[in-house]
Design a protein around this ligand. Structure first.
Ligand code: AMP
Length: 221
């Protein structure tokens, strides 16, 4: 199985949910740039340069590439050195980032380990999901509306309080779909198609079917 799995898809496509499933099944490291950036936002004494880079995130803008590279490359190296694969969840959102990662993978001798999987669904369906989802404020577990007809009061894993993410509100969400939605992802799709790395799964299916389709791609010789 390839060691570097890149998930592409709009907010609400299930990237995080599917990444967590792969982590449980195969022991891969889960690198979610959204989680890493939210953790940075909570820190008290971040360098002014980083605080400035995080500002746009509050409005649903993408943060600058250098911060993404700085956060993610070190994590990838850690996992690979420990003999684990990695799932990159939302870590690549533009062709410029994709090229930066390819250059990094080339430097590290990892180009042959890369597979990109797009979880494809319409912005309309994705947006509907995001409005209804909740996350655990303690462990980050995602409670997608698509899978749980009744979302529990507290996290079933750690008992933490379930909250709506700050950037899951309507105005910011519209901006996030402008920068990260179906059409915004088109250049990224072209990039990975040109590099013969792209696979696509139907993200509008139920979670188990999406998981099955992803497994099918990963298990292919
Ligand atoms: P997510 O949790 O994946 O929805 O990401 C939350 C926010 O983090 C996004 O709306 C962006 O502002 C920022 N972000 C996450 N990943 C990236 C990335 N690869 N490049 C730029 N910004 C990102």
């Amino acid at each position: 199985m390839k060691k570097i799995i890149i998930f592409i898809g709009p907010p609400g496509s299930g990237k995080g949910t599917q990444a967590k499933r792969l982590v449980t099944k195969y022991g891969y490291g889960h690198i979610s740039t959204g989680d890493l950036l939210r953790a940075l936002q909570q820190e008290q004494n971040v360098a002014p340069k980083i605080a400035a880079a995080l500002e746009g995130m509050k409005q649903g803008e993408l943060v600058t590439d250098w911060l993404i590279f700085e956060l993610v490359f070190a994590e990838i190296k850690k996992c690979i050195t420990a003999g684990r694969g990695v799932v990159l969840d939302g870590a690549i959102r533009t062709p410029a980032q994709a090229q930066g990662y390819q250059d990094f993978f080339a430097r590290e001798g990892l180009l042959h380990e890369v597979v990109a999987i797009e979880i494809k669904l319409s912005d309309e369906v994705a947006m509907g999901r995001v409005f209804k989802r909740k996350i655990c404020s303690k462990c980050g577990e995602i409670y997608p509306s698509a899978t749980s007809s009744v979302i529990p009061e507290a996290c079933t894993k750690c008992g933490g309080k379930l909250i709506v993410r700050a950037d899951d509100n309507e105005e910011i969400l519209r901006n996030r779909f402008k920068t990260q939605g179906e059409s915004a992802n088109a250049p990224l799709r072209t990039f990975y198609t040109d590099h013969k790395l792209l696979h696509t799964v139907d993200g509008e299916s139920v979670v188990e079917k999406v998981e099955h389709d992803i497994d099918h791609i990963l298990q292919a010789p």
